[in-house]
Design a protein around this ligand. Structure first.
Ligand SMILES: Cc1cc2nc3c(=O)[nH]c(=O)nc-3n(C[C@H](O)[C@H](O)[C@H](O)COP(=O)(O)OP(=O)(O)OC[C@H]3O[C@@H](n4cnc5c(N)ncnc54)[C@H](O)[C@@H]3O)c2cc1C
Length: 223
């Protein structure tokens, strides 16, 4: 059994290029391509967002890979429009194989702060892994073994959204109302987007009191 931290890996993108591409697409509406300057995208994008002229934001997309719990991807996959997913399948992945180091990975629930509760959680995960391996060694298929996997199991999630949908997802899912495991992965992502594309993400609010030491590590994809 491995207890791991969640992770966020963002594809390499050029924020300025994304914003300028959206500007160029948007200016088609007014045939004002001739007004493009080095800085003109800034006001244009802010005005589009303020007026709700948001379909123009669909011209660009960004892919993100999360290492997160089943808990988290159940929430992420509720987003049906403008979001595409490829998710590690517990129907096909057999965690008793060498490829998975013959173990199940669980996302550390750091927000279970009572040591007794945390010990209960850990004991339960250990016993789930033990019975999973017993069944797998008896030649049960992953389809059969997976029925006992809990929300804490880690999974790789590849999520691609256009900019409009990222704005929507991040607006809904970085607040105090949202499960801590989602805030762990989405607040750092929002902060990255705010820094790189302030005209597109600067207005989105988030839970500023969420402990920074719980933020997932965020990196850029190779290649
Ligand atoms: C704090 C919180 C608590 C939640 N609790 C629960 C819960 O207890 N139980 C539960 O089942 N879900 C819950 N949800 C999920 C929530 O109801 C949505 O299903 C989820 O956030 C996806 O958002 P969305 O509908 O905006 O989807 P998206 O796919 O992101 O849709 C984007 C936008 O497209 C439009 N749209 C998409 N589909 C339709 C449609 N069929 N008809 C009309 N317009 C559409 C809407 O404007 C929508 O906002 C919760 C979400 C949050 C943030």
């Amino acid at each position: 059994m491995e207890i791991i931290k969640p992770k966020v890996e963002v594809e390499k993108y050029d924020g300025i290029k994304i914003m300028k591409n959206i500007e160029r697409a948007c200016r088609t509406c007014y045939r004002s391509e001739g007004s493009i300057t080095e800085e003109s995208y800034k006001n244009l994008l802010k005005n589009c967002i303020n007026r709700g002229h948001e379909s123009v934001l669909e011209h660009e997309k960004i892919t993100v890979r999360f290492t997160c719990s089943i808990n988290s991807y159940k929430d992420l996959t509720r987003h049906r429009t403008g979001a595409s997913f490829s998710i590690e399948s517990t129907r096909y992945c057999n965690y008793s194989k060498d490829k998975f180091s013959n173990s199940i990975k669980f996302i550390d629930p750091v927000y279970i702060t009572n040591p007794n509760d945390y010990a209960c959680w850990k004991e339960c995960m250990k016993s789930i892994e033990t019975f999973y391996m017993l069944m797998a060694n008896n030649k049960a298929t992953p389809d059969q073994c997976r029925t006992m996997l809990p929300h804490s199991v880690a999974a790789e999630v590849c999520m691609t959204c256009n900019i409009r949908e990222w704005r929507h997802v991040l607006s809904l899912r970085c607040s105090k109302m949202v499960h801590p495991e989602i805030r762990q992965i989405l607040i750092p992502l929002l902060l990255r987007f705010k820094e790189d594309m302030p005209e597109l993400f600067g207005d989105i609010e988030y839970d500023v009191d969420f402990p920074k030491e719980w933020y997932a590590e965020i990196t850029t994809m190779e290649g």
